[in-house]
Design a protein around this ligand. Structure first.
Ligand code: CP
Length: 307
């Protein structure tokens, strides 16, 4: 039963609960009109303490397309956060007005704290370099719909694996499916955190390898998940400049990939995928962004127990 629950970590839901969400998302994709009034009278609060395009807009579009309404801020300086109000007091107040809340915050764990004080479901829309569970729902829905399965896949993650919260969340989620192999492609400075390597990959006996060049690995992949180097998480700008263009996916590298390899990217893109790849039918990242809206529609319907 998902009604009344929070989504803070990608492991908060069982595989069966995830399947329920994917099934509902598929039905919304096939029959959007059927759902156009289903959230009538419901209010979503979007609390974004960090910038966002896809996550905030897709949540807002999701609620509006379901017939509900939206309040919130995209700039915490415009709210009483600027006067020093805590996350706990903010969510208690928002719960007086809205039915469900989605929060992005630069501090790891802030949405978890909010959920502990909240009377309404809280959804983590990304907390620092930690987790991004609704991006994971988006990624899983994209893979399941486009590949037809979530098991027996070789997935390469490339770029900033240290700070990339979408990578951390997706690896956690994938660790529960059978036959998953993972290839981690990053510079040494941006390697996957030890807690993901030890607690998720090693503890769950997931087959994985670490590599430094896309062209050495791309031919073995079913999915290549590209990420940008996360400028906002660096303490030293020189390090960012040195690392930011280390991996660029271009036509030459795509020629080494299988005809049905899928390129995913949570976006925003900076330089890591050449614009000419957008025309390649294997480039799935904008379709992925659209799946994000359907995944979030299904998620909110489930958390609010709307039939
Ligand atoms: N993928 C993602 O989280 O994008 P935004 O930062 O634009 O929300």
């Amino acid at each position: 039963m998902l009604k009344g629950r929070h989504l803070i970590d990608p492991m908060d839901f069982t595989l069966e609960e995830l399947d329920e969400i994917f099934e509902l998302a598929g039905d919304i994709i096939d029959h959007p009109v059927k759902y156009s009034d289903s959230m009538k009278g419901k209010l979503l609060a979007t609390l974004f303490y960090e910038p966002s395009t896809r996550t905030r807009f897709s949540f807002e579009a999701a609620m509006l397309r379901l017939g509900g309404q939206v309040i919130g801020f995209s700039e915490p300086g415009s709210s009483s956060v600027s006067k020093g109000e805590s996350v706990a007091d903010t969510i208690k107040t928002v719960g007086c007005y809205a039915d469900i809340a989605v929060m992005r915050h630069p501090k790891e764990g802030a949405p978890k704290v909010a959920s502990m004080y909240s009377e309404i479901p809280v959804i983590n829309a990304g907390d620092g370099g930690h987790q991004h569970p609704t991006q994971t729902l988006t990624d899983l829905l994209t893979i399941k719909t486009e590949k037809g399965r979530l098991s027996d896949l070789t997935i390469g993650f490339c770029g900033d694996l240290k700070f990339g919260r979408t990578v951390h969340s997706l690896i956690k989620a994938l660790s529960r499916y059978q036959g998953i192999k993972i290839v981690l492609i990053s510079p040494e400075e941006l390697m996957i955190p030890d807690y993901i390597r030890n607690e998720i990959l090693i503890n769950n006996n997931i087959e994985f390898k670490e590599a430094e060049r896309i062209e050495d690995e791309i031919g073995s992949l079913d999915i290549l998940y590209m990420t940008r180097v996360q400028k906002e998480r660096f303490f030293n700008e020189d390090d960012y400049i040195r690392l930011k263009d280390r991996f660029i996916l271009d036509k030459e590298k795509m020629e080494l990939a299988h005809a049905d390899m899928m390129v995913l990217h949570p976006l925003p893109r900076v330089n890591e995928i050449d614009y000419e790849i957008d025309e390649d039918p294997r480039a799935m990242y904008f379709k992925q962004a659209k799946y994000g809206m359907y995944a979030r529609m299904a998620l909110m319907l489930k958390l609010l127990g709307v039939k």
